[in-house]
Design a protein around this ligand. Structure first.
Ligand code: 2RA
Length: 340
């Protein structure tokens, strides 16, 4: 006996990865529905060796369906997620809409699985922002060893975080630099992204930070520990898939880099690749398609008493979105929706 599972936003970057990962991890599926907006109606998407035709989200009846993995923007989520939840279908939502709702658990299964207990309040579970997910996978095992006081993080986020348009823009812009045409490339980003970096993701907040930076602060506090101070600078870089982060951590007590390396080697979801030699570290092109969050460049920060630096890389469409959502579905199934 398996689950009736719907993937909402099945034609987007994350929706397609959700279908791929459900198949790769042999999630027990009895029936699967690929849902999309009217404009994508009838498009075909892959699910393992099968091809699914997308169905219309707006008219889909969620009654009798077990889980809906939502990978659409906050507006469509606002319209459709409550309808699915009310029909008894548990929503696992990748948008930011419910992440900060006290009645909605925000889950990274390796980090705070027990927090899923409260999902039935709204029948909705929130998936964290991609840049948060990979960071907390690295932080929590260290925080368990000695409390983290402060985190300073700079991110190097790939264009796929901005959806298919972001990928297309980098591709078209790069081509047009070598082969100028009269075409006007799309403007997903506020400045040229090819051969450039843009220190701006999401809208600007009152204090001068961006929404993306605020999300990393708020979500780390909700998932790991509200007492941790986080400051972030989120930057868009000309990479197609794979977010990288330079993370500086200040602990309450001293943590030796060797011990930190050993802890991370044992941490769930983490792969440590850390040799002080050419190529002894991970770069984003090497993480694509992998489930792991890779950690490299682990070293003491000798400018403060109890400091540590590390480099963190992960596939933002997988651990940053689709994989984490499927892992939540696995957790939900194992604890609350047992079948067979
Ligand atoms: C980004 N984290 O990278 C945001 C949303 N995926 O654009």
């Amino acid at each position: 006996m398996g689950y009736k599972i719907a993937v909402v936003g099945a034609t987007g970057n994350v929706g397609r990865e959700m279908l791929n990962i459900l198949s790769e991890r042999a999630f027990p599926v009895d029936e699967i529905a690929a849902l999309a907006s009217r404009r994508s109606l009838g498009s075909e998407v892959s699910f393992g060796d099968t091809t699914l035709k997308t169905q219309d989200l707006a008219t889909f009846d969620f009654a009798g369906w077990d889980i809906a993995l939502f990978a659409v923007g906050s507006d469509a989520t606002k319209d459709q997620a409550p309808r699915a939840a009310k029909a008894g279908c548990v929503v696992i939502d990748n948008s930011s809409l419910y992440r900060y709702d006290p009645d909605v658990p925000l889950i990274v299964p390796e980090i705070n699985a027990d927090a899923i207990e409260g999902y039935s309040k709204k029948n909705i579970i929130a998936n964290p922002n991609c840049s948060t997910a990979q960071m907390v996978v690295a932080l929590k095992p260290l925080h368990d060893r000695t409390r983290i006081k402060r985190v300073v993080v700079s991110t190097y986020q790939s264009v796929s975080g901005a959806g298919k348009d972001g990928i297309d823009e980098l591709w078209d812009q790069t081509k047009s630099i070598y082969n100028p045409t009269d075409d006007k490339p799309a403007t997903t980003f506020t400045k040229q992204i090819a051969f450039n970096v843009i220190p701006h993701i999401g809208g600007f907040m009152e204090d001068g930070s961006t929404q993306e930076e605020w999300k990393m602060v708020a979500e780390t506090k909700k998932i790991v520990d509200p007492s941790i101070k986080v400051t972030a600078t989120c930057v868009r870089v000309p990479v197609f898939v794979g977010h990288s982060e330079a993370i500086n951590i200040e602990f309450e007590d001293f943590l030796d880099e060797e011990e930190a390396r050993d802890i991370l080697r044992e941490a769930p979801g983490v792969m440590v690749i850390d040799k002080r030699e050419d190529g002894g570290y991970v770069s984003p092109t090497e993480c694509v398609g992998d489930f792991a969050t890779f950690i490299s460049r682990i070293r003491q920060d000798s400018t403060i008493d109890n400091g540590l630096n590390l480099w963190c890389v992960s596939d933002n469409l997988r651990k940053g979105a689709a994989l984490n959502a499927v892992q939540i579905a696995e957790l939900l199934g194992s604890r609350f929706l047992k079948k067979g």
